[in-house]
Design a protein around this ligand. Structure first.
Ligand code: NAD
Length: 490
């Protein structure tokens, strides 16, 4: 029998007050593995009241004590990597090693947040005028919430949550309804960290739950990660209700290959970037732009590397790539591939109609590469979010940069070259917030902000690092006067 997932509110597992449930489907086998609440406004009312009450005590718990819970959380996650990673693989389809890599990035963020006693320190100026001192204090905002996407069920809530609670906020995580099991298991395990009830909560659901979060008067800050249209909606609605919002959206990431790039390294890194996690990474390479005399030989090698990828169950040894998340997603990707062909694209390797023995009901698409005559096709400008790489050729680096800068997205852009000048020009001129130089996935470490630009990000302060701390605190400036004659008598 499939289990109904519960919410975690005030330190307890509680059934949703909504009556509707959605199936959670294993994308490798097509089996329903659990049922998740479709969500309700009442659940959000309940969780927010709880978190708001807990905040009053938590904000005055000394930072050095708050981080002790995070140290324990880190240890618990590290002790249970394999179990959490296998649940993640089961519900998301990514390979076991990709799930484990997510855990490492999640834990990294806890480690950075553990420095909060130092990171929350402020500035003090004595004698800004005679007998007057001025300083500021960073104070938490109240209740924060994270609305997460399906593609990194472990890592993404940790771009925000450890910082938010370390700063003295209380928190609500809403996982993607497509992958609710991983975070549910993480919450079960981290109960042993003994956080005070109400500090960290989880509520499941879809649009109704999100809308209730956006509107609730006691939620002060929202961190969203997902597709661009929803990110824009979250940003605009959250701001309308007076909240602080950071909303990370979709992407279409270009990789420029210069004629002097080291071929073998470039090929290996591009193939991993484009087809790892079945292309469902917001930093995945999705367009390769070859420049000048860079061309046939490198393309031939990328095609060979794509064809060598073993597609299958992410829990099996030796598998490089799992399925995409849903049947609808698979159909959408296949439709976009066909559109690329109809628009004059040449398919160099076609992953449609792949057969994975034993997993006939899985949402598999093999690595696919399409060479495009120009940038006019829908597949060039649309985020595919699947294992599909488009190729395009330009004459020089200026043309490559101009092409990249004409995109609506600006999540990441990478260049492969041995020329310091080309790399420096690219770094300076390209309109993207995460830049890779001889790197295929320019994913910032936890002590740097995750810097999407353009329609890949709505807001001001990003996730991770000092940005997360500034996002989850507000500054209070204090100006004090203590006249000499008042203090002389002591
Ligand atoms: P999604 O936008 O469909 O869903 C994200 C979250 O929003 C989920 O929790 C979902 O329940 C909620 N949601 C969906 N539709 C909604 C609506 N109409 N109103 C209110 N809430 C809604 O995204 P997804 O398919 O889960 O994730 C894939 C997308 O996320 C891709 O576009 C990818 O590029 C993006 N992504 C971006 C980053 C980044 O750092 N920029 C990182 C990971 C994923």
């Amino acid at each position: 029998m499939t289990t109904n997932i519960k919410n975690y509110i005030n330190g307890q597992w509680i059934e949703s007050k909504g009556t509707e449930y959605l199936d959670v489907v294993n994308p490798t086998t097509g089996e329903t593995i659990a049922r998740v609440p479709a969500g309700s406004k009442e659940d959000v009312e309940h969780v927010t009241d709880t978190a708001y009450k807990a905040w009053h005590e938590w904000k005055n718990t000394p930072a050095v004590r708050r981080v002790q819970y995070l140290f324990r959380m880190k240890q618990i996650l590290e002790d249970n990597v394999d179990e959490i990673a296998s649940i993640c693989t089961r519900e998301s389809g990514k390979t076991f090693s990709e799930s484990k890599a997510e855990m490492i990035r999640a834990v990294e963020n806890i480690e950075v947040a553990c420095s909060i006693p130092k990171l929350m320190q402020s500035d003090f100026s004595e004698n800004i005028a005679t007998g007057i001192d001025e300083y500021f204090i960073r104070q938490p905002l109240g209740v924060g919430a994270c609305i997460a996407p399906f593609n990194f069920p472990i890592m993404i809530p940790f771009w925000f949550m450890p910082y938010a609670i370390a700063c003295g906020n209380t928190y609500i995580i809403k996982p993607s309804e497509k992958v609710p099991l991983t975070m549910t298991r993480i919450f079960e395990l981290i109960e042993d960290a003994d956080l005070p009830a109400g500090v960290l909560n989880m509520v499941h659901g879809g649009k109704e739950t999100v809308d209730a979060i956006l509107e609730h008067r006691h939620i002060s800050a929202i961190s969203f990660v997902g597709s661009t249209d929803v990110a824009k909606y979250i940003y605009q609605t959250g701001v309308k209700y007076g909240k602080r919002v950071q909303a990370q959206g979709g992407a279409k990431n270009p990789v420029v290959v210069m004629p002097d790039a080291d071929e073998d390294t470039t090929v290996r890194i591009i193939a991993d970037s484009a087809f790892g996690c079945a292309g469902q990474r917001c930093l995945a390479a999705s367009i390769v732009i070859t420049v000048g005399s860079a061309g046939d030989s490198i393309i031939e090698k990328i095609v060979m590397a794509a064809q060598a990828k073993k597609v299958g169950n992410g829990l099996s040894q030796g598998v490089d790539m799992g399925p995409v998340i849903t049947r609808e997603s698979k159909e959408r990707i296949e439709r976009l591939i066909q559109k690329g062909i109809d628009d004059g694209g040449k398919v160099l390797t076609d992953g449609r109609n792949i057969r994975v023995d034993g997993y006939e009901s899985g949402n598999f698409i093999g690595p696919t590469i399409i060479s495009l005559p120009d940038a006019s096709s829908e597949i060039y400008s649309t985020e595919v979010f699947g294992p599909v790489l488009c190729l395009i050729h330009v004459e020089n680096l200026d043309d490559a940069i101009a092409l990249i800068n004409s995109s609506r997205y600006g999540n990441s852009a990478c260049i492969f070259t041995n020329s310091g000048n080309a790399a420096r020009k690219f770094r300076n001129e390209v309109m993207a917030g995460n830049v890779g130089i001889n790197i295929g996935i320019a994913a910032p470490m936890a002590f740097f902000p995750f810097s999407g630009w353009k329609e890949s990000f709505f807001g001001d302060l990003h996730g991770q690092s000092m940005h997360a701390i500034e996002f989850y605190t507000q500054t209070k400036v204090v100006i004090e006067r203590w006249h000499d004659e008042w203090t002389r008598k002591f």
